[in-house]
Design a protein around this ligand. Structure first.
Ligand SMILES: CC(C)(COP(=O)(O)OP(=O)(O)OC[C@H]1O[C@@H](n2cnc3c(N)ncnc32)[C@H](O)[C@@H]1OP(=O)(O)O)[C@@H](O)C(=O)NCCC(=O)NCCS
Length: 159
């Protein structure tokens, strides 16, 4: 059985989220790649997120009791939100991201504020392309390096 859950990030998750933030491929593939950050920089970034004043929702993915990943929504204009996900390298390939992403989509759909979920995926990131396609995101456009995928929540029956 795959015992995967997502829970809103809290102050006790700060160090784990710093660890996963600095895993190399977690910062190489995102749209705005940014090399490893120091703990002080991470704290400056994460405290407003945890206080819900940064326009983001951040979740820790757990496998049983063990923190193994994160899911984040960055709220944008026009009822859109950019979604990103990362799983600790040693826990990949077990279906954890698929379940966590499905739970995250259900969460955001129930909240009712977002109409379109967006994922910006590096063209070489085969696992991520497969993951988002599996969860019914559809390709909408691309630039030189990234594919853009979207999921219209109002037409989605997952909620
Ligand atoms: C992308 C990522 C979150 C997937 O996590 P995961 O827990 O391994 O994903 P799952 O095990 O749920 O697999 C999802 C699908 O991708 C497939 N997949 C996994 N690794 C793959 C790979 N290297 N190449 C192709 N497909 C792959 C799986 O087979 C599965 O499809 P299936 O159910 O049809 O078999 C993980 O690789 C990761 O954290 N990468 C670094 C951060 C990142 O790139 N995030 C995405 C940017 S938004």
């Amino acid at each position: 059985m795959n015992d995967t859950t997502i829970t809103p990030a809290t102050f006790s998750d700060i160090e784990f989220l710093w660890y996963i933030r600095n895993q190399r491929d977690a910062y190489e593939f995102p749209k705005h790649p940014n090399p490893a950050v120091k703990l002080e920089e991470h704290i400056d970034w994460i405290i407003p997120v945890l206080l819900h004043i940064a326009g983001k929702d951040l979740f820790v993915v757990r496998y049983g009791d063990v923190p193994v990943g994160q899911v984040r929504f960055d709220y944008e204009e026009d009822r859109k939100a950019l979604i990103s996900i990362a799983i600790v390298k040693e826990f990949r390939g077990k279906g954890i991201a698929s379940i966590a992403l499905e739970q995250a989509i259900q969460y955001i759909a129930k909240k009712g504020l977002v109409a379109i979920l967006v994922a910006e995926i590096h063209k070489e990131n085969a696992a991520s392309i497969r993951l988002f396609e599996k969860l019914h995101f559809v390709y909408t456009s691309e630039d030189q390096t990234y594919f853009r995928y979207e999921l219209a929540l109002e037409n989605n029956m997952m909620s």
